[in-house]
Design a protein around this ligand. Structure first.
Ligand SMILES: [Zn+2]
Length: 263
């Protein structure tokens, strides 16, 4: 019995140690040493909103900038590859596995595609490739943060006309390779009527209702995903008349900023 109690005590002690380690982690994040001008400004508190970076068209070169300005980013890996083998082969997987034939044997590479977003107007997609799975995943998540884009949202549906940014303000097209995608504004409550991987990205961007149309080889998921990102980038480049700003409920980035403009 005494031994058991001792064991329990030591376990409790271990848990405390684990807790200490977990509590120490945020301090490690705080010890980020910025290497660029933009990073220094963010660290010193000169830039407190990611909106400023996008308004000035600055390039984000450090992961720390995104992590400190948008702390609650959610991550997801897209199903861009497929399983090999006879039995149930062809099932969708997060890693695309490719091989190069050499004298020494087959050289395997893994490629994966990550999405990060705050579900409120900011989203980023990137791929990562490596000889092993874990570095490929980490690389894709890091690069997705650097590829962050601001999504223009609004309500361009004639059935809805609610002037709230739950959809997109107008129809837009994007393409990559033969894969083409057209995004069309949908009324409130419609949901995301798109291919599943594209729906994951739009959900991360904070778009709730959309209709879509695709053409070309949409089986090539990576091209379809790139086509969607192309469409989302085109969305921000199209010019609109000032009177349409309120009519279509156009909002760039976070929802909070739009209410600030109105007040
Ligand atoms: Zn609406």
């Amino acid at each position: 019995m005494v031994e058991q109690i001792k064991v329990k005590k030591s376990k409790a002690a271990d848990e405390e140690v684990v807790k200490d380690i977990i509590e120490e982690v945020p301090e490690i994040v705080d010890t980020w040493k910025p290497a660029t001008n933009l990073g220094l400004k963010v660290k010193n508190g000169e830039i407190t909103d990611i909106e400023d970076i996008f308004n000035q068209n600055l390039k984000i070169l450090e992961v720390g900038v995104v992590d400190s300005l948008l702390p609650n980013l959610s991550e997801e890996l897209l199903l861009i590859g497929q399983a090999k083998g006879k039995f149930g082969g062809g099932q969708r997987r997060i890693f695309r596995q490719t091989q190069k034939k050499t004298k020494e044997g087959n050289k395997i590479h893994f490629l994966t595609c990550a999405v990060v977003g705050n579900k409120n107007g900011y989203v980023g997609v990137a791929t990562g490739k490596s000889k092993e799975t874990v570095p490929a995943r980490d690389k894709s998540k890091r690069r997705a943060r650097l590829n962050l884009i601001r999504v223009r949202r609004g309500c361009g549906s004639w059935q809805c006309n609610c002037q709230e940014p739950h959809s997109i303000p107008f129809a837009v097209e994007g393409k990559c390779g033969s894969a083409k995608i057209t995004l069309i504004p949908a009324p409130k409550g419609k949901g995301l009527c798109v291919e599943k991987e594209c729906a994951k990205i739009l959900e991360m961007a904070g778009v709730k209702d959309i209709w879509s149309k695709t053409s070309g080889q949409t089986k090539t998921k990576l091209n379809l995903v790139n086509a969607l990102m192309d469409a989302l980038k085109n969305l921000s480049q199209i010019k609109y008349r000032p009177e349409d700003l309120k009519k279509l409920g156009i909002s760039e980035g976070k929802l909070k900023d739009r209410t600030g403009e109105e007040a």
